[in-house]
Design a protein around this ligand. Sequence first.
Ligand SMILES: NC(=O)c1ccc[n+]([C@@H]2O[C@H](COP(=O)([O-])OP(=O)(O)OC[C@H]3O[C@@H](n4cnc5c(N)ncnc54)[C@H](OP(=O)(O)O)[C@@H]3O)[C@@H](O)[C@H]2O)c1
Length: 248
Amino acid sequence: MAKHPSFEFDRRRLLGLAAGVAAVAPFAAFAQAAEDAPLKIATIGSGRQGGALGALFARQGHPVMFSSRHPEDLKDLAASAGPTAQAGTVEQAVKFGDVVLLVVPYTAVEEIGKDYGQALAAKRLVIDVSNPIARRDGEAIVSWVAEQGGAGLATAKLLPGARLVRAFNAINFRRLPEDSHRAGDPVGVPIAGDDPAAVALATRLIREIGFEPVLVGGLAMGKYLVPGTPLAGEHTPAEIRRIAATLK
Ligand SMILES: NC(=O)c1ccc[n+]([C@@H]2O[C@H](COP(=O)([O-])OP(=O)(O)OC[C@H]3O[C@@H](n4cnc5c(N)ncnc54)[C@H](OP(=O)(O)O)[C@@H]3O)[C@@H](O)[C@H]2O)c1
């Protein structure tokens, strides 16, 4: 029996589509695997907050290098974070990381920018956890940061070209292990960044360690991602969206 021409066309199109899907599927699987692949994560600053965050990423299977100016003091931290963690100098960590967590007193950011700014500008993502705090860093730096428009824009000035996302700025280090992957509503992490690819990568990484990132805006909104603002502390993602809508 002669086949109806439109049926024959549909059949051919279907076969073509199926062949196309079969051809594309391995690439899609590859792309997915690449998206989920472990990333080398370096911390500049491995004290209370840098140590706690780096440990969460290491437990998730990412290779992590903790660093400070005294890497010999970080051996216990690296050992307790598991087999994917190690300690190094700041220089080694900057070389090592695809992603860098900047978790230092704000007074150190300028020097880090001078020493490693070029290398940091080549990273896919620099997560800026550092805050200007008057009692620790002095009034002068806090005023300078305010003149730049807040911590997000100030860090961008000190690390020109870096793909910055501010995150985890006002959740206490003691709370991070128990907040991570907590049951029920996840803890929200307000984030701010100007680079869409960096924001997407930060979003993936923050979800992997069991928090829900909420983009509150560009780096200019980083001025609210410091202790003492309405976004500070622990909030659900819905609360963060509600609070962020009142800020500008
Ligand atoms: N603690 C919290 O709960 C918390 C929460 C949110 C955000 N933060 C922010 O995170 C940052 C770090 O706070 P923290 O409490 O973790 O401080 P911390 O315990 O005192 O640790 C600071 C780390 O920064 C390193 N560091 C200092 N100056 C450096 C430099 N010039 N170059 C390289 N590394 C340097 C120190 O290592 P060496 O001295 O050995 O080099 C140390 O590892 C601050 O900006 C803070 O506001 C803290």
